[in-house]
Design a protein around this ligand. Structure first.
Ligand code: ADP
Ligand code: MG
Length: 700
């Protein structure tokens, strides 16, 4: 809620004034009382921990050191003038040095006394030193020296205005002592009590002056939860609004297409996970509100089939359905899968990509416009203006992370009212991240692979094992299987990568000679037609080995391929390694993934490789990826300001995110207008928050 007190400019805080207020705004973005109170300490110094000089190591953290203060003297002249002193503890010495305010500092130094100094330890010449330490008499500090002292981030400029950590602490304390300070709490009591969290006021105080690690944790959790909760509340309203605003298609009837497909065409039973997700989709599409659903499922979990069944539901209700894929190869493959299922039902599947031109394109567009074509698969060619549907009832987006929000929106704009939307991703996103990134979507997870698949065995090898690897590959080929050999492709060193690939290709050709062995090669420099042709040869089983860059990452489906060798595997990210591995293990035979690396690996690379060897579970891998890279990097949103929380941490606060999401959904469900008295304060706070993020007016 907009509170007068919290919104008061810092210029009005005693001892700050306009000049320092401007510096605080410029340096740290702190403008109001509320801002400064939310400038939480970055760490706490335990005043009871006092080190001996012999324990010291140079480092960025401030520490307390005890010793005898001796040898105070001014040295140098002009700008090199400085004050030095020695802290002595038996044979150990620490040099103390000041460059500014020499005379004033010198006056206050209790030379010859036992002191405790506080500051950062630097390596200096052959020893250690501390610049501008704070110095206290050991005798006089004993009583006061208990508890945790907050350390605030500051800047050099602010430091020169007495607003270093200690100066900021004093200003924060002044706010905490202000009798007129804002003590309101907008969090509904029920929410707070359920977690035994402190009131807001108390939580903020605890953040600055924790009494114990436990009370600090509770305060931090409560305030981190607030950040997540406001976001999740916004998402909950977005979901509500999208549903309401886009009502129109109620696909209530399961008609003959879906029934016939299920009973006569489907060659295998659905997995339980597939059944569950199909049920979720049917419920959405039959509800009268527009569906907005994300389906996550590991590679090979059978998402395409689920999408197809949703598409049949649209057709059964007299509508068209479209599936958009990020690459031409993938679109073609989807078209083929869908055709195999649709043909027995007497349904046609159209394929629209950039390379469909001339009269073929004209006919396709005509059939689409008059409704004689029910199912369309394509690349982003689908969202171009000339593509007009008669009545698009469902839009499916595959590999959703490769498309932008704008592209999704253009697909939705293909019909009025907008079609149901189903987005699919095989790049598992950790649940907490998905809830924050795609919080506006309902979420389904296919967490089960079709039966009969043998888990892929993953091995880590180095060049020393090359001969053994080659003979293993020859054995697999002799059994009738096929092999992928993948080389990295990193944009900055495209030339080098190309050379690696071609060197690799040549040595493979030497070691796997014709005519016994046929080797394909596919890379980004080839013309699309040539790529297609090579891939098709491999898919038909005419070649034994496919040497390629990561262009094969998406979409190639060759069930007969049983070995994936990844060269320079240390140069790949986890999700990419997992995607590549997913190219094998699609048939009934045992499949293998061999990660070739050099013998020297960074810590991160070791973690990536070990994770791949340990598990096939895409969600577990995604979690490790999140830990290694952090949410911003993982989702490519580092620059965009998404998910920049002050306290909440998507890596560690999974349970808080879940709880925030559930709590938000419940409140929106039970009291969508936030009219109940216990929600009055929340309503005010949220309207403030939402105003910054979207038009609250449309909700209220
Ligand atoms: P995804 O897109 O999730 O990576 P696909 O939809 O391409 O996976 O499915 C992978 C393979 O598994 C396809 O050949 C598909 O026909 C097959 N498949 C899908 N569902 C099942 C099932 N329930 N039982 C057996 N095979 C299935
Ligand atoms: Mg797929």
């Amino acid at each position: 809620m907009s509170s007068r007190w919290l919104d008061t400019s810092l210029a009005y805080l005693k001892g700050i004034g306009p000049l320092r207020a401007e510096a605080l705004a410029g340096e740290l973005g702190l403008r109001t009382f509320g801002d400064l109170l939310a400038h939480y300490p970055y760490r706490y110094l335990d005043r009871s921990v006092v080190l001996r000089i012999s324990d010291l190591q140079p480092g960025p953290a401030e520490v307390q050191v005890r010793g005898l203060l001796t040898g105070v003297q001014t040295v140098g002249t002009g700008p090199k003038r400085r004050l030095t002193a020695q802290l002595v503890d038996g044979p150990d010495e620490l040099e103390l040095v000041w460059f500014k305010g020499l005379r004033w500092v010198e006056k206050g130094l209790p030379a010859g006394e036992e002191v405790v100094v506080f500051g950062r330890v630097n390596a200096f010449k052959n020893g250690l030193n501390m610049a501008h330490p704070e110095v206290e008499r050991a005798a006089s500090r004993q009583a006061a020296a208990s508890g945790l002292t907050p350390m605030y981030s500051s800047t050099e400029k602010l430091g020169s205005m007495q607003l270093h950590s200690r100066g900021l602490a004093a200003k924060v304390d002044a706010l905490l002592e202000d009798p007129s300070r804002d003590r309101s709490d907008w969090m509904p009591e029920g929410l707070r009590d359920a977690q035994k969290w402190p009131r807001r006021d108390e939580a903020v105080r605890t953040m600055h002056h924790p009494e114990s690690p436990q009370s600090l944790a509770a305060a931090r959790n409560r305030l981190a939860f607030e950040e997540l909760f406001l976001d999740q509340l916004l998402f909950a309203y977005q979901r509500l609004q999208q549903g309401r605003g886009r009502a129109g298609h109620r696909f209530a009837s399961v008609g003959s297409y879906l029934n016939r497909f299920y009973e006569e065409v489907l060659p295998f039973p659905l997995t339980e996970a597939q059944k569950r997700v199909v049920r979720e989709i049917r419920r959405d599409m039959g509800s009268g509100a527009a569906m907005n659903r994300l389906v996550q499922g590991d590679v090979g979990s059978g998402k395409t089939l689920v999408a197809f069944m949703a598409m049949l539901l649209a057709v059964d209700n007299g509508f068209q359905a479209a599936l958009m894929a990020p690459t031409e190869i993938l679109a073609q493959q989807h078209a083929r899968s869908l055709e195999a299922w649709a043909e027995p039902l007497g349904l046609r599947v159209g394929l629209l990509t950039g390379s469909v031109k001339g009269s073929a394109r004209k006919h396709l567009l005509a059939d689409l416009a008059d409704g004689s074509l029910h199912l369309l698969v394509g690349t982003h060619a689908l969202i171009e203006d000339p593509v007009v549907f008669r009545n698009l009832g469902l839009a499916v987006v595959d590999e959703q992370h490769r498309f932008g929000v704008a592209q999704r929106a253009r697909l939705l704009a293909k019909n009025r009212p907008a079609p149901h939307m189903l987005v699919m991703t095989a790049t598992p996103i950790p649940r907490t991240l998905a809830m924050s990134m795609y919080g506006d979507l309902e979420q389904s997870v296919i967490d089960e692979l079709p039966p009969g698949r043998k888990p892929i065995q993953t091995l880590h090898r180095t060049d020393a094992n090359r001969l053994a690897l080659w003979s293993f590959l020859k054995k697999e080929i002799a059994l009738g299987r096929q092999v992928y050999l993948v080389y990295p492709l990193i944009e900055e060193s495209e030339k080098l990568d190309y050379k690696d690939l071609m060197d690799g290709y040549e040595s493979v050709c030497r070691d796997f000679p014709q005519p016994e062995y046929q080797v394909s090669v596919v890379h980004g420099r080839m013309r699309p037609e040539d790529k297609e042709w090579e891939m098709a040869r491999f898919a038909r089983g005419e070649t034994h080995l496919m040497v390629a860059t990561t262009v094969i990452e998406v979409g190639v489906n060759v069930p007969n391929a049983s070995v994936m060798v990844i060269e320079n595997a240390e140069r790949f990210g986890l999700s990419q390694l997992h995607q590549l591995r997913g190219r094998v293990g699609r048939g009934a035979e045992q499949s293998y993934c061999v990660l070739m690396t050099s013998s020297k690996l960074s810590d991160d690379a070791v973690t990536r490789i070990e994770t791949m060897v340990r598990t096939n579970d895409g969600f577990e891998i995604a979690d490790v990826d999140l830990q290694l890279r952090g949410p911003g990097d993982l989702m490519g949103t580092r620059q965009s300001g998404v998910m920049e929380y002050k306290l909440a941490n998507l890596v560690h606060d999974g349970p808080l995110v879940e709880w925030a999401r559930r709590a938000a959904a419940r409140i929106v469900d039970e009291d969508p207008q936030l009219e109940r008295p216990e929600h009055a304060a929340l309503r005010a706070r949220f309207s403030d928050y939402a105003r910054g993020r979207m038009a609250w007016g449309r909700i209220a």
